[in-house]
Design a protein around this ligand. Sequence first.
Ligand code: ADP
Ligand code: MG
Length: 237
Amino acid sequence: MSTNDTAAPILSARGLHHSFGQTEALRGIDLDVHAGEVLAVMGPSGSGKSTLLHCLAGVLVPDGGSVTYRPAGRSAVETSALGEPERARLRLSDFGFVFQFGQLLPELTAADNVSIPLLLAGTRRPEALRRSRDLLERLGLDGLGAKLPGELSGGQAQRVAVARALVTSPAVLFADEPTGSLDSLASENVLTLMLELVREAGTTVVMITHDARTAAYADREVIVRDGAIGAGYRVSA
Ligand code: ADP
Ligand code: MG
């Protein structure tokens, strides 16, 4: 395991508050994420998990509190103080995202879907496609690069989404119920392959799940309840 408890956390949230109208989604969250760890975020539906992930990932600026990101070899940055263009650049260069439903573009092939983040980052198309096909192969999807998302099974499509999230070698992978739409066999398959890749690369993972079997893949879990970090807390060996 590559978690280094003596190093400063790669992500720190302090006193996070966020409301949507009258709904207080986050009510003062403090959380450190350590470089290289796989952190599971659990808790009931509506407890604020996705809102927390969006704040950590710089998708959403919290109403109160701060998020600090400490990239290896670069200065720390308070992402919650940045404007959207800077946060968008950071998300593209440093973070990867997987959601419950892969959100693949239906009119693009699997390989083209995986290439998108590389093309946005300025990689030329032949190189982007080569890297995409390599990664699809690592995820057990050899030969499926030319398929459209509609021609893939749910588990295959979710592996394409994982490939797209990891193709830029992000420092942090944010996954919001990445296998929530799959049956348990497909889910296990996606998680095993995803974690093999992130462990190998030392990628930090923040993964929301409400499934204890999925959380068992993590190094550590935190529970969010009513917009706060709850009492339940497990650290595995
Ligand atoms: P979880 O991911 O744990 O299910 P969320 O973070 O999505 O919870 O939501 C926390 C609370 O904030 C819920 O009450 C939800 O209804 C509300 N909420 C989340 N996003 C929005 C939004 N865009 N507009 C209004 N309310 C929202
Ligand atoms: Mg959610």
